[in-house]
Design a protein around this ligand. Structure first.
Ligand SMILES: C[S@@+](CC[C@H](N)C(=O)[O-])C[C@H]1O[C@@H](n2cnc3c(N)ncnc32)[C@H](O)[C@@H]1O
Length: 263
């Protein structure tokens, strides 16, 4: 999201945050440049605090984008990661090599409904700001869980809402609430959805603490450093997030464990 002339001091001011001490050790310009949204390292850090990842575990990072979260998982926890995305970019492998984790991160271009792995291969599947694009389907988790070992864990962080909007979005968001926002759901919705879709027990369902504030910081930065044509939309998002102040928009964070072998 970053133009080459972005001020590194401004980027650091917005992206280095005490709530994310592990992320803070990575170059903020690198974090901002190789991200599709606010901020894969923060999402990974807020999720991994709830997972017991140990060295050597096999992890699928589904919808990895630039794979910076996969690099983070490999470096921070010593796990083996498959960085999977249907739009995997050619720049991904050089990023992995530069980070020195080429023996731990395997980038693959793959569509979430057409996974080519052996059943029960992964100890953990994580998905950051991506599961909402394919995982709201009632049948999807029944498919995905086949690739998890029994006792394995699914961890997702998705852009979403604090509570279901049965009466529609609130007035301050109404004119920006497009059809694709139907995929935004609350932690309670995700809990019910995942538990009824597959033999999985939801162990954790909440919002990333202060998630809206982190999105706001990100959009404020993007409003100054994104390519000029993208800046007005980022500024508008920042304005809406500030007005909303966490009443509606947040980041549901869900952890579910597979309770039975694949049928
Ligand atoms: C908003 S981006 C987030 C990327 C990254 N996780 C991050 O946080 O920066 C969503 C990603 O999900 C991927 N994605 C969406 N639908 C997908 C699908 N059906 N199969 C595989 N990847 C998918 C997109 O290609 C995109 O890279």
């Amino acid at each position: 999201m970053l133009t080459d002339d972005a001020d590194p001091a401004l980027v650091a001011e917005k992206l280095i945050h005490p709530q994310f001490p592990r992320s803070a050790t990575y170059d903020p310009v690198w974090q901002a440049r190789y991200a599709d949204g606010p901020n894969p390292l923060w999402l990974a850090e807020s999720l991994t605090g709830l997972l017991d990842l140990t060295p050597g575990m096999r992890v699928l990072d589904l919808g990895c984008g630039w794979a910076t979260s996969s690099i983070f998982l490999a470096k921070e926890f010593g796990v083996q990661v498959v960085a999977a995305d249907m739009w995997l970019r050619p720049e991904t492998w050089p990023l992995i090599v530069e980070a020195g984790v080429e023996s731990q991160v395997l980038p693959v271009r793959v569509e979430a409904h057409d996974l080519r792995f052996a059943h029960e291969y992964f100890d953990a599947i994580i998905s950051l700001d991506a599961y909402q694009y394919f995982g709201t389907d009632d049948l999807y988790l029944g498919y995905l869980q086949q690739f998890l070992a029994p006792g394995g864990v699914l961890g997702i962080v998705v852009l979403g809402i604090t509570e279901e909007l049965d009466a529609g979005p609130p007035g301050h968001l109404a004119d920006m609430w497009t059809w694709d926002h139907q995929a935004f759901h609350s932690p309670a919705w995700w809990r019910t959805h995942l538990e009824r879709s597959a033999p999985m027990t939801v162990e954790h369902a909440d919002l990333v603490p202060d998630g809206w504030r982190h999105s706001l910081r990100w959009q404020e930065l993007a409003a100054q450093t994104a390519p000029p044509q993208a800046r007005p939309a980022c500024a508008e998002w920042a304005r809406r997030l500030a007005t909303d102040a966490g009443r509606t928009i947040g980041w549901p964070r869900i952890v579910a464990r597979k309770t039975a072998p694949s049928a």
